[in-house]
Design a protein around this ligand. Structure first.
Ligand code: ZN
Length: 266
């Protein structure tokens, strides 16, 4: 006996097996993640085109579940290919980064907030891409960089690694003007507990706290005006390393972000 089910979700990982098959991992809009076989997908039939299992696409599928628990694709519909992100190399690498990180968290613990974060981030990136014009490329680059940083903070929050409040990990008082970043756990201590505290680390604590507690629009608006307070490339790299430390090995992508005039020390 096999059972027929439906799912709607984003393709977050796939690997080709044999000549015409692939094994595909999807993150569904119900916050679940599973793998299914797409038999014969690369020999292109009408309702099973290879486009259906393209990385980053939003799809609706019908799939069988065998008694042994193996899932296999029956047919499906491509709901959104997010073409804006698949034309230029830089956008492709950004999308790969979103998917690479999401795939790692989904293998650890899939959830509805993870789906909302991924689909919201892809939508925001597409929207920003459509709106961007040659008059304000710098602003577009900054918005993209802030979106990636926001995405990293939210993933760290899902993993329980960052706190919403800017409190000292040692005495629990609120941080004030200066702080010290403790690694690898990504916690902060206050200047009374850690005399080596700096303003830069305090700003990083503020950035993480605002990313963990506010929606992207508010986060981006605030930090667009406060870019002089932070070294954004360093922050991006720091958050990436923290996710990597948690994972225990490197991610396959680490896209170059154009911080333009907002780079300080690079
Ligand atoms: Zn303290």
């Amino acid at each position: 006996m096999t059972r027929l089910s439906k799912a709607r979700g984003i393709v977050i990982h796939r690997r080709r097996v044999r000549e015409s098959d692939s094994i595909v991992r999807i993150l569904t809009d119900a916050g679940q993640s599973f793998e299914f076989w797409a038999h014969g997908i690369h020999s292109s039939l009408k309702n099973r085109t290879p486009l259906l299992i393209e990385l980053g696409s939003l799809i609706c599928i019908d799939y069988y579940e065998s008694t042994r628990g193996v899932l296999s694709l029956k047919e499906g519909v491509l709901e959104n290919r997010f073409e804006e992100l698949k034309k230029e190399y830089n956008d492709v690498t950004l999308l790969s980064y979103f998917l690479d990180l999401t795939s790692f968290i989904a293998s650890y613990e899939a959830s509805l907030p993870l789906f909302m974060l991924l689909s919201g981030s892809i939508d925001t990136l597409c929207h920003s891409k459509r709106k961007s014009n040659h008059k304000s490329p710098l602003r577009h680059h900054l918005q993209t960089a802030l979106l990636i940083i926001f995405f990293q903070i939210r993933l760290l929050k899902l993993l329980g690694l960052v706190r919403v409040e800017t409190r000292c990990i040692l005495c629990d008082n609120f941080l004030n003007e200066e702080a010290h970043l403790n690694l690898p756990e990504l916690s902060f201590s206050c200047k009374d507990c850690s005399p080596e505290s700096t303003q830069e680390h305090f700003q990083l604590a503020e950035l993480i706290s605002s990313g963990a507690s506010h929606k992207f629009g508010k986060f981006a608006k605030y930090w667009t005006e406060q870019t002089s307070k932070l070294d954004l490339p360093k922050t991006y790299h720091r958050l990436h390393l923290s996710l990597q430390d948690f994972r225990g090995r490197e991610f396959s992508s680490f896209p170059f972000l154009d911080f333009g005039q907002y780079s300080k020390n690079v």
